[in-house]
Design a protein around this ligand. Structure first.
Ligand code: 0A1
Ligand code: ZN
Length: 880
């Protein structure tokens, strides 16, 4: 695959794709119609080559009795394909035509065999959708609509087929041949070639098809399922990477056991394969029995992977494995139902990670991601419901709303039903829909059927976009010992939804005594389902502190009337760890918002609360690290009416520096506690490492030269990547000689390891410095920068777009840089390019100068000739 070394000007030779069709059509959920034809069976025959692969297909097609249209044409989707031959029932035919890339074949009668031959060029496939080449191997990505780049087919998730796949290729170049299901035959053919044949007994939609051919080695193991069946497991990588596969394998086995225990779900085939590839658009893909992974979510060892990397590997391995039931056995009827599989599967992987780690810390992290990515989505021009109503390009809807808010929705069902009834519901869901393509309504119906609880009111969470805001105020009648909680909810308009309805909001709520610090009214579940509602608590013997939305029971914004003093008290006494974290965050946020508006920040309560947290003997280090971390600049921006990034940055730095100097000794003590061996991956050891670096960062805000020395020492001493990357992360934002030395040492040591080199790029792109724009411009010209590799592109452009202060640099050069990157990347890989647009989306909220510059860049992108529909959709919606 071609390398593109200039960020702005891709080599014209690499832009191989035909121009997009001029009309970027909007697809609507209400237009869903059952397919006209079904394809119960398909046989595929691949003659493999990096630059030329021949694909012969035989489709057994039959009319769908449920179809409305009984016309005499079958439409088979195609994208960039030309048929080399078409057959009907074994006879060549010319009764076909092309329409917008699709193949239309005249077909009467009830059932036929269609034969098609095409030739494709995997090496020229820079979109990484369909069959493509990566590091000399061939692999596929078919979700959502990549299969139509391999062969003509009704490429929609409600057409389920049994697949039989034969592939043949050079035995030296492709010693390993893999596809879904069981290998039923294999052998050698002439001229050093060999072949293999696979059969997948489970009917599946085309998006779950997978093929891999390459020089791979496996880490093998077995798992015995709850009914005693032995499953062969393999993690396939390049030979040199084998030593980095054990964590993925261990995670897989844990996930398999967890799904049996918690959901009663057993694996259903004799083999389960994971393959790591270096070029991949997303995290990983749940193809039936042949999961294909971005190597970032497979490869790890102490030297090269951080604790966060290890956790992410466990999470993604589990996620893809869980899809075997929530996605593969029960799939989606259409792409509007994407959250059916994704929201549910994210909820499942979150629960798994909580169970194998620390539940409160995991909950805090999940909420942090939701707030950092989904809340802005919900409040900006790209807001859409968990179950969207329309799209131009479905790839743009693999969003935090569909995934993470979707998971919060499932979590609310779990909260309202309780674990037993929820499980009865999911049992019924799997039972009823096994082998079918289902809808979000089918999911809710099964939960209702299994639990006997009416969930109809909750369905609005699927259809209404926007993050609800809940105002809460507590009133105490000391004499009557009664407290009244007054609640009010409101959802701001979102594109296409000007008027909002009240939503059912489950609020775990307790009252804490402000004098004793005890839980004076134990937690209860309040479901707020009116615009306004009041709830009474009895026997309230002392002035109460409101502990609300405990464990983040609903994905909302709470605006509670609580004084800094009350928040400080809650931060020390609340019996719910998440609520304690929240109280700290809210306390800091209040001060920061005042500071960003140019007011005098009340630092004292913040400093006292952080000091008490650091000194606490009962809190674990991971929790401390989360609790003392200041809200990010983008989160502060979300609270401002008019965003001034410089003012936000200055306020945050001022508060960090105040904390760093007032709590110097406590922070140094937290930094120095070194009871975590580099190979110890227990939650406790991870927490110690986390706190070490977070504390160091705060020291650096007050005393840069002291912190630079300590960071360099941590860097030099590190026997693990967490400490090393943490130290470098502190150094990159400082002006100290140690900075250059450490960056250079890091590069020198790891430049041959692509995943670690990504970290080197990302650290610099995330630096909090006045010259970060110059740095990223240089990075984009670095010989190791390649735009064709999504991980590398994201490590510079993606990370930079999330660097609030640098991206919004007042001279507008950050905007110009990211726009250049989007325009250049779009020519190669529209999907990845489109995912870099959202930082521009909220331009209207910025001060006028920046707003104008952001808008100008969006307009410049929109005016680029030959824009993909992926980027077109994101940019035009951002401008609308
Ligand atoms: N279903 C996958 C995500 C995924 C979606 C699209 C892709 O195409 C490039 C790749 C992966 C998951 O949820 O893990
Ligand atoms: Zn998924």
């Amino acid at each position: 695959m071609a390398d593109v070394r200039s960020p702005t000007l891709p080599d014209a030779q690499t832009a191989v794709e035909a121009p997009p069709s001029p009309t970027h059509v909007t697809i609507r959920r209400e237009d869903y119609r059952p397919p006209d034809w079904l394809v119960p069976e398909i046989a595929l025959n691949f003659t493999l080559g990096i630059e030329s692969t021949r694909v012969q297909s035989k489709l057994q097609v039959e009319r769908n009795p449920e179809a409305a249209d009984k016309g005499d044409v079958i439409r088979l989707n195609g994208d960039g394909l030309k048929p080399a031959g078409v057959w009907i029932d074994g006879t060549p035919t010319d009764k076909w035509s092309m329409d917008c890339g699709d193949l239309l074949i005249e077909l009467s009668g009830e059932a036929h065999e269609i034969g098609i031959e095409v030739e494709i060029n995997p090496a020229a496939n820079t979109k990484l959708m369909g069959l493509y080449a990566s590091n000399g191997m061939l692999c596929t990505q078919c979700e959502a609509q990549g299969f139509r780049r391999i062969t003509f087919f009704p490429d929609r998730p409600d057409v389920l087929s049994k697949y039989r796949v034969r592939m043949e290729g050079d035995a030296g170049q492709f010693p390993i041949l893999l596809s879904n299901g069981n290998r039923i035959a294999h052998g050698d053919s002439a001229d050093g070639r060999h072949w293999a044949e696979f059969e997948d007994p489970f009917p599946k939609p085309s998006y779950l098809f997978a093929l891999v051919a390459g020089d791979l080695k496996a880490n093998r193991d077995t798992f015995t399922t709850m009914s005693g069946r032995k499953v062969d497991l393999a993690v396939w990588v390049r030979e040199a990477d084998l030593p980095k596969t054990q964590h993925a394998m261990d995670s897989l086995k844990l996930a398999m056991a967890w799904d049996e225990k918690v959901y009663g779900r057993e694996y259903d085939l004799d083999q389960f394969n994971i393959v790591a590839v270096g070029d991949f658009n997303m995290g990983a893909m749940e193809n039936k029995s042949l999961n294909i992974f971005n190597s970032a979510y497979v490869l790890a060892d102490q030297e090269t992977a951080t604790d966060a990397d290890f956790d992410n590997i466990a999470r993604v391995v589990a996620h893809e494995y869980f899809h075997n039931w929530s996605g593969d056995r029960v799939t989606c009827r259409d792409w509007f139902q994407l959250s059916l599989k994704e929201g549910f599967t994210v909820f499942r992987d979150q629960s798994f990670s909580a169970d194998v780690g620390s539940p409160p810390v995991k909950r805090i992290e999940d909420v942090r991601v939701l707030r950092a990515v989904q809340f802005p989505e919900d409040q900006g021009p790209l807001a859409h419901p968990v179950r969207p109503d329309s799209y131009i390009e479905i790839s743009n809807f693999y969003t935090a709303t569909v995934y993470n808010k979707g998971a919060e929705l499932i979590r609310m069902f779990h909260t309202v039903l309780g674990p037993e009834k929820f499980r009865a519901g999911t049992d019924l869901y799997f039972d009823r829909n096994d082998g079918k393509a289902a809808t979000c309504d089918d999911f809710v119906a099964a939960l209702e059927g299994g639990s006997g609880v009416d969930l109809e009111p909750f369905k609005i969470w699927y259809s209404q976009a926007g993050t609800p805001k809940v105002r809460a105020r507590i009133e105490h009648d000391a004499e009557a010992k009664i407290a009244t909680l007054h609640l009010e909810q409101h959802v701001d308009p979102t594109p296409g939804q000007p008027d909002k309805q009240p939503m059912p909001i489950p609020l775990r709520t307790a009252l804490i005594g402000s004098e004793t610090g005890h839980e004076i009214c134990p937690e209860r579940l309040i479901v707020l389902d009116q615009a306004r509602q009041s709830v009474m608590f009895e026997n309230v013997t002392e002035p109460p502190l409101l502990s609300i939305n405990r464990n983040f029971s609903a994905p909302i914004i709470v605006e509670a009337e609580r004084s800094p003093g009350e928040l400080e008290r809650l931060a020390q006494t609340d019996t719910d760890p998440f609520a304690r974290y929240e109280a700290m965050q809210e306390l800091m946020m209040r001060a920061l918002v005042v500071g960003a508006r140019g007011g005098d920040m009340d630092r004292e309560p913040v400093v006292r609360a952080i000091g008490a947290t650091l000194r606490s003997n009962s809190l674990d280090p991971a929790f401390k690290a989360d609790a003392i971390m200041l809200p990010s600049e983008s989160l502060i921006a979300d609270r401002m009416d008019v965003v001034d990034p410089d003012a936000i940055h200055a306020a945050r730095e001022e508060l960090r520096s105040a904390i760093g100097s007032a709590l110097h000794d406590e922070l140094i003590a937290a930094h120095r506690s070194d009871s975590a061996a580099g190979d110890d991956l227990s939650p406790a050891a991870k927490g110690v490492r986390r706190l070490r670096t977070v504390a160091l960062g705060l020291v650096g805000a007050a005393n840069p030269s002291e912190a630079a020395g300590l960071a360099k020492a941590q860097f030099d001493r590190a026997d693990n990547m967490t400490d090393r990357q943490g130290a470098l992360g502190v150094l990159v934002s400082l002006d100290a000689p140690e900075r250059e030395a450490a960056l250079e040492a890091f590069y020198h040591r790891f430049h041959d390891d692509p995943l670690v080199l990504d970290k080197w790029f990302a650290l610099q792109a995330s630096a909090q410095r006045a010259d970060t724009v110059d740095q990223v411009l240089r990075l984009a010209k670095h010989p190791d920068f390649v735009m064709t590799n999504p991980n590398r592109l994201r490590s510079v452009a993606g990370v930079f777009g999330a660097n609030h202060w640098a991206f919004h640099s007042a001279d507008g050069r950050g905007y110009a840089f990211l726009a250049d990157m989007i325009i250049a990347a779009d020519k190669l890989n529209p999907q990845v390019a489109a995912r870099m647009v959202p930082p521009f989306g909220r331009w209207r909220r910025f001060e006028p100068k920046r707003a104008a510059m952001m808008r100008q860049q969006l307009e410049r992108i929109a005016a680029t000739p030959g824009l993909s529909k992926d980027v077109y959709e994101q940019v035009t919606k951002s401008l609308a």
